[in-house]
Design a protein around this ligand. Structure first.
Ligand code: 5GP
Ligand code: ZN
Length: 138
């Protein structure tokens, strides 16, 4: 399969390996958003979270606390963001992955969410929740 991350897992493309077990591979992102920026991927190819098997999700998140604590110990960040981009234009490599991004004072990484709380009324939340409940049942 023509997938960069599958090739990294197989070892045909080199990587700076951080961690590996039967189901998971973690390596330094080639573009270090912050110092220690690590990608955690399932060894089985899934394009995105939308087709990620539960078993692979479990395997990934089982190692996230350990890897986060390791990065904390190594670099003493002030915090850490966990990010996963899914589908274009957000996702640029179509093999599901999560980013572990240690955060530092003045690191200039921008991950912003606009707070719309003041624009919303109770009925707006209810409408959103109803749509989710309908989708959950379908
Ligand atoms: P996305 O935009 O899909 O969330 O993130 C994909 C990430 O993969 C990017 O941050 C990019 O720097 C990283 N990446 C792309 N190609 C390679 C590669 O060949 N090796 C490594 N280590 N990282 C890569
Ligand atoms: Zn792949």
């Amino acid at each position: 399969m023509d997938c960069i991350f599958c090739k990294i897992i197989e070892g045909t493309i080199p990587s700076y390996k951080v961690y590996e077990d039967d189901q998971v591979y973690a390596f330094l992102d080639i573009s270090q958003g912050t110092k220690g920026h690590t990608l955690v991927v399932p060894k089985n190819h899934s394009a995105s979270v939308f087709d990620l098997p539960e078993e692979d999700a479990k395997a990934i998140f089982r190692v996230v606390p350990k890897l986060s604590n390791t990065l904390k110990k190594a670099f003493n960040p002030i915090g850490l963001n966990i990010v996963s981009n899914n589908e274009k234009p957000y996702q640029t490599v179509d093999h599901f992955h999560i980013h572990l991004l240690p955060r530092y004072e003045d690191d200039e990484l921008v991950l912003s969410m606009i707070n719309r709380m003041n624009d919303l009324e109770q009925k707006d939340y209810v409408e959103v929740l109803d749509a989710i409940k309908v989708a959950m049942k379908a």
